[in-house]
Write a new protein. Structure first.
Length: 472
């Protein structure tokens, strides 16, 4: 249900809500929140917002302009399923208290502007996104990085590495590496946990289509949501992650959206389905390759052209590039194909219905900020439509059987986060169209990632380096 401000105020009374939790997303995808007694919330809250200090929020560090307003969006109101005291949560927009204008570094505002840009363009009136988030559930996780030590340790009862452990008793039903796709219990030990996650999601208004165990043997999972408009789906993705992590916690387990937490097994991706509609007409259906329209092919052309820059948002961690490695499971070749899952963009062929016609971008992962990921993909696609960018030739063969000469026709995704950030620095004019992204946001994103992640990582020895080099 989509609430208005008056509906929220009534809900607070009828459900005897004690606290109202106001939530917003920082530049890098982490949900932040501040809570108020329900008595502090009235009609003016939805017009004037509540003040807060934004100087400590990642990517927003501006001491001289730190005062900000957090303005709740009543349409996002949901009762939090995990709090002890009855709490109503709302996703908020950020504004300047003096001018009243929206804050350009608020990623939700980027998504708002992306949707406005589509409508102003006349191309369509809605762009739909359907992400498939993969994640791991672990029974134990420990890690540390200090000047003289560095280690991590993850454990899952499903892990093949536990075949010889004295579990009193060890039942032996472990999942071999890369063989976790669709096994029944007793191998799949997380059926009930996923079902609970799906039920909580549905109780919170998310539309769940299915859930299943994923390829990764030690606890990799997937729960799929039905497609929705860009900003709504980014909102829903934040709820999705929140629910997954908290249900896992209630079961004494830990869930992570880290792209590559386990060596020798699949990493967690986030395949992103996209389509543009005008009214009730799907605009990606046509009579061209794989049943696509010219518009859809141009959209693909734009995404492929700008993919290396998009990766700064869609694969926004150093760890992301442990998954995007040649010869392994992730699609790194920037090509499109019907059905071929080794291409960066696939055209699903499950249905002949024009309403089902869409493209699937396969290189992103779930670690980043979905407001920025979806908006960047959309803006690249719109650049393709605007400039009629034709994609590289469709890829029908398995990439692992192609010769070097054949592969040379197609570029690859970046090999590292630093390389992706450099690509974004060189190629981001398409993001600035319509004022959707700003130079300040893009440069701030690049600077933070380089200063706080890439450079500190470069200065630290990796445990595997000791395996390789200690005896030199």
């Amino acid at each position: 249900m989509s609430y208005k401000a008056s509906d929220v105020l009534k809900l607070i009374k009828t459900k005897k809500i004690q606290f109202v939790d106001l939530r917003f997303c920082d530049l890098f995808g982490t949900w932040q929140h501040t809570s108020f007694p329900a008595s502090e919330i009235d009609a003016d809250t939805f017009k004037n917002g509540m003040g807060f200090d934004g100087s400590s929020i990642r990517g927003w560090k501006s001491i001289n302009n730190s005062d900000m307003l957090i303005i709740p969006d009543p349409s996002t109101a949901k009762i939090d399923p995990f709090t002890t005291y009855p709490t109503l949560a709302m996703i908020c927009d950020i504004a300047d208290p003096l001018s009243g204008e929206r804050y350009d570094l608020d990623p939700r505002y980027v998504a708002t502007k992306a949707e406005q840009y589509l409508k102003k363009s006349g191309v369509g009136d809605k762009v739909f996104f359907g992400p498939e988030l993969e994640f791991f559930i672990f029974d134990d996780i420990r890690y540390e990085s200090t000047p003289n030590t560095s280690f991590y340790s993850v454990d899952s009862i499903e892990g093949e590495w536990n075949m010889g452990e004295d579990e009193v008793p060890n039942t032996g039903h472990k999942i071999r590496y890369k063989e976790g796709y669709f096994p029944l219990s007793p191998a799949d030990t997380y059926m009930d946990v996923r079902s609970e996650m799906a039920n909580v999601m549905q109780d919170c208004g998310l539309h769940v289509e299915c859930h299943h165990h994923e390829v990764g043997g030690p606890g990799q999972q997937e729960i799929d949501l039905r497609f929705a408009p860009l900003k709504q789906m980014a909102d829903d993705t934040l709820w999705y992650k929140y629910i997954v992590k908290n249900v896992a916690k209630e079961h004494g387990k830990s869930a992570t959206f880290m792209p590559k937490p386990v060596y020798a097994d699949n990493g967690s991706g986030m395949h992103v389905h996209q389509s543009i509609w005008k009214g009730s007409k799907p605009l990606f259906a046509g009579n061209k390759y794989a049943g696509l329209s010219d518009m859809a092919l141009y959209y693909i052309g734009g995404v492929l052209k700008h993919a290396r820059a998009i990766c700064a948002f869609s694969n926004s961690t150093i760890n992301s590039y442990k998954r995007l490695v040649p010869g392994y499971e992730a699609p790194i070749v920037l090509a499109h194909s019907a059905r071929n899952r080794s291409a960066a963009i696939r055209i699903p062929m499950y249905s002949d219905s024009p309403k089902a016609k869409r493209i699937e971008t396969r290189f992103p992962d779930p670690a980043g900020n979905c407001y920025l990921i979806f908006s960047a993909l959309f803006m690249a696609g719109m650049d393709g439509i605007k400039n009629k960018i034709k994609p590289t030739p469709e890829l029908e063969k398995d990439i692992y059987t192609l010769s070097e000469k054949e592969l040379s026709k197609y570029p690859n995704v970046p090999a590292s986060l630093a390389e992706a950030l450099d690509a974004l620095k060189k190629d981001h004019k398409f993001l600035l169209e319509g004022g959707v992204f700003t130079e300040e946001l893009i440069q701030g994103f690049i600077d933070y990632k380089m200063d706080e992640e890439v450079t500190p990582w470069r200065t630290r020895p990796n445990p595997y380096e000791f395996v390789l080099y200690y005896g030199v």
